[in-house]
Design a protein. Structure first.
Length: 111
């Protein structure tokens, strides 16, 4: 791989860093933005590896239905939920109830 070309994981981290406070996006929307349609699972793998970086707000990435599918990768059983609730999410049974109000699509927001 060309050393000047950034890795897929680095691209994921760049997008996730741009998710505004109080907003969430999905694994699939990030994959689509990066030109990797159907690579939502790879976005999840990247986020699972992001815990060594303090500036990656991985809690703001959920599945396409607003489910906190990545919650088990956070220390403490409710940390992801608590972080989202601190930003205005209403979470019931591991699902963001106000998901559509909080949804941020990087394709329409990042130039």
């Amino acid at each position: 791989m060309n050393s000047k070309k950034k890795s897929f994981f680095e691209g994921v981290y760049e997008v996730v860093k741009k998710i505004p406070y109080g907003k969430v996006t999905t694994y699939g929307l990030i994959a689509n933005y990066l030109g990797a349609f159907k690579s939502a699972r790879m976005v999840g793998y990247a986020l699972n590896s992001s815990h060594k970086y303090l500036d990656i707000p991985a809690h703001r990435v959920v599945n396409r239905n607003g489910l906190l599918t990545g919650r088990h990768h956070f220390s403490g059983s409710l940390l992801m939920q608590e972080l989202l609730e601190n930003e205005g999410a209403i979470v019931i049974e591991n699902k963001i109830e106000n998901f559509h109000d909080m949804l941020w699509d990087p394709s329409s927001k990042i130039k």
